[in-house]
Design a protein around this ligand. Structure first.
Ligand SMILES: [Zn+2]
Ligand SMILES: [Zn+2]
Length: 134
């Protein structure tokens, strides 16, 4: 099975994941905008096993549906590399940009359309949700 490694910008915090992503999506919610500093987040979900290397600082944010998202970011450079949902360690969500791979599979899902910047245009065929579908 092929593996991929995502890294923070200084290289201290990395995560290795196996196989193809279970899903790739973008999220326009305001929390993701502030978390990333960008206008939307791009995330890829991978099934376990996954292996993290380096030191991560954790930040817990409770989602609109009550899930506890545990974000891991590098304490040196501040990049948010991955997150899990508390109690659900069978999968991990990794920031697509942290793979530094322009050939990474394109997103299929677009979440929180209600918060999308109007100038952001999506490719045809995306599955869209006005809010968090989970
Ligand atoms: Zn770093
Ligand atoms: Zn979001």
């Amino acid at each position: 099975m092929s593996s991929r490694t995502a890294s923070c910008s200084c290289g201290q915090l990395r995560i290795q994941v196996e196989g193809e992503p279970r899903g790739v999506g973008i999220c326009h919610c305001l929390a993701c905008q502030q978390r990333t500093g960008s206008v939307f987040a791009a995330l890829a979900s991978f099934a376990a096993p996954f292996t993290a290397f380096g030191t991560a600082t954790e930040y817990v944010r409770v989602g609109d549906q009550g899930a506890r998202f545990i974000f891991r970011f590098c304490p040196i450079c501040g990049t948010t590399v991955f997150h899990t949902v508390d109690g659900r360690n069978e999968s991990v969500s990794v920031a697509v940009g942290a793979f530094a791979d322009p050939g990474f599979p394109a997103p299929r899902l677009s979440i929180y359309e209600s918060r999308r910047h109007q100038w952001v245009q999506l490719p045809p065929g995306m599955i869209t949700f006005d809010r968090d579908p989970s």
